[in-house]
Design a binder for this molecule. Structure first.
Ligand SMILES: O=C(O)CCC(=O)C(=O)O
Length: 262
């Protein structure tokens, strides 16, 4: 696996991360957001989820929110939150200049309301309506938004950024990946090494949706949340067969000023 050289310039580091993403299907971009920015993101998401109390996109068990869909709609601030110069440069390096944000999800493993997921790849995209073309699966509604499984070429042109809002470790069900498994397309992956991705708040995991991943439950003793803002970017606003994205927000544009997040 490629690792970062001490003292490499930011551009060199991004090139190394891009090579790592290509080879492994994932890479961790450390300390992208400062602690105050992470707090501002948590607060902004909290406000939006509270306001969307009756929205089926926000999944609750008792008082605890453990996931949310359609996060770009539920919390429009998300469209700006991720835009640091570094992430914009990274996303456009990987996906090209025409790329855009297409879907947002939120995950938490609240203490006492934890969950787990078996090995899988992320095969669904959110689309504007029920209209699909040859090569797409029959659309299904998820929290009011049409989703379909597109041809593999579309999934190969997606990049996910998972912004860590809490520490992630073995105690609170950090994500596990099968390194290199993005290379098997939609097919199940066997024989790839499994790795748990430990992260700190403000770290960003970049991963390909075709990377096989899973996550276990938090340990019963932990009091730690494991909040993740999961953002998917696609290389082009155009989908094969004239299918349309549910949302496509161009990634290029002004990076946020740190203070605007507070
Ligand atoms: O955040 C996690 O632990 C896994 C979420 C996930 O992989 C999914 O919902 O597809």
């Amino acid at each position: 696996m490629t690792t970062c050289r001490a003292g490499a310039s930011a551009t060199d580091r991004l090139a190394l991360h891009a090579a790592e993403l290509d080879a492994c299907g994932w890479c961790l971009l450390p300390a992208v957001f400062e602690s105050a920015e992470v707090t501002a993101m948590q607060e902004s998401l909290n406000r939006a989820f509270t306001a969307a109390e009756s929205d089926e996109a926000v999944r609750r068990r008792g008082a605890a929110i453990y996931a949310a869909r359609n996060v770009i709609d539920v919390c429009p601030d998300v469209a700006a939150m991720w835009r640091t110069e570094l992430l914009q440069e990274f996303v456009s390096r990987i996906l090209g200049p025409e790329c855009g944000l297409v879907r947002g999800l939120f995950f938490d493993k609240p203490p006492d309301q934890t969950w787990s997921l078996p090995w899988h790849k992320d095969l669904l995209i959110a689309i504007a309506d029920e209209t699909v073309a040859a090569g797409y699966s029959r659309p299904r509604l998820r929290a009011g938004v049409w989703h379909t499984e597109p041809p593999v070429e579309v999934l190969e042109q997606i990049l996910t950024l998972r912004i860590h809002l809490d520490p992630a470790n073995a105690d609170n069900g950090a994500l596990c990946v099968l390194t290199g498994s993005h290379r098997t397309g939609k097919r199940a992956a066997v024989g790839f090494p499994s790795q748990m991705i430990h992260a700190r708040p403000g770290d960003v995991l970049a991963m390909r949706p075709l990377l096989s991943h899973s996550s276990g439950s938090s340990s019963p003793e932990t009091r730690s949340h494991r909040r993740i803002l999961h953002l998917e970017f696609a290389s082009s606003e155009l989908l094969p067969g004239g299918v349309r994205w549910h949302r496509f927000l161009r990634a290029a544009g002004e990076p946020h000023a740190t203070t605007s997040l507070s």
